[in-house]
Design a protein around this ligand. Sequence first.
Ligand SMILES: Nc1ncnc2c1ncn2[C@@H]1O[C@H](COP(=O)(O)OP(=O)(O)OP(=O)(O)O)[C@@H](O)[C@H]1O
Ligand SMILES: [Mg+2]
Length: 324
Amino acid sequence: MMQAPILSVSGLAIDYELSSGGLFRKRRTLNAVNDVSFDLFPGETLGLVGESGSGKTTVGRAVLRRLGVAQGKIIFDGKDITHLRGEELRRLRSRMQIVLQDPYTSLNPRMKVRDIVAEPLRVHGLAEGSEMVVAELLERVGLSRDAADRYPHSFSGGQRQRIGIARALALKPSLIVADEPVSALDVSVRAQVVNLLQDLQRDFGLSYLFIAHDLAVVRHISHRVAIMYAGRIVEIAPSEEIYNRPIHPYTESLLSAVPVANPKIQRARQRIIAPGESVDIADPPKGCRFHPRCALATQRCREEEPPLLHKTPDHSAACWNRPA
Ligand SMILES: Nc1ncnc2c1ncn2[C@@H]1O[C@H](COP(=O)(O)OP(=O)(O)OP(=O)(O)O)[C@@H](O)[C@H]1O
Ligand SMILES: [Mg+2]
């Protein structure tokens, strides 16, 4: 893709301020994400994958400027938005939307679907004529127009997610952060919602940052995949590269958990297990953060953190023991 990226994140660090209880209420800082860099191109889907607590949601919310940025830069459509405030930030927000995991809690149960979908229009002063827009949006996401008069509880999980998607589309955004959009859905419904997201991407040229903790979920929708571990990106590559030629041992361990359709291959595939508890990011190990769980770890891994380096022009990984 030779176009300029719609989103370019470089050297991003995000801290959370934690106030510990107790007499002196000492403030501690949790560095949840560090040195995260990636580009997202128009019409592209970047999958962001990693286990719970690896920092995926934090990256997504930072991109949407819902979190303060401790370090680094976020460029959206050629403009530095890292520290945008006030009216400019409000306008920016209409161009980036979020689709959340749980349509049960992200849709207000006391609002009719019409008002849920029209809410972003109202917030941005575009309520006039919204009736028509809402009806079109509902049809576009595969719901009937009369869905507008009903409440969220009368829909299935998949339908609710369609309502959430319609709402996200209302302001014609160019970027959607989809934070585990299908993780709470039945397996049978997942593919339908993923297909819908793909259709919408084609029709509207949308870019997706698609967050999931499971590589299988992002496989069919992602053009590229970034793997996160303990607040860092440890590997990033085109989707097929990640699945066929993973470099980082952590990526391999994630892949070993992805079922393969062919039972023979499934049986033959050695299940690589990364033993040990997930890393405590409040007190991360020295060196490579993955080293306590890594079968390849050497002395260097215990001492020096490996940088994310190009192993081939479009495939980067952070591992001392896996040269190009
Ligand atoms: N509001 C917050 N205040 C303090 N710490 C937080 C906050 N939100 C997240 N964290 C911490 O930051 C780290 C990254 O969390 P984040 O939610 O980004 O991970 P995640 O990869 O999205 O995980 P999951 O798969 O569970 O959604 C975790 O250690 C988490 O406990
Ligand atoms: Mg999350």
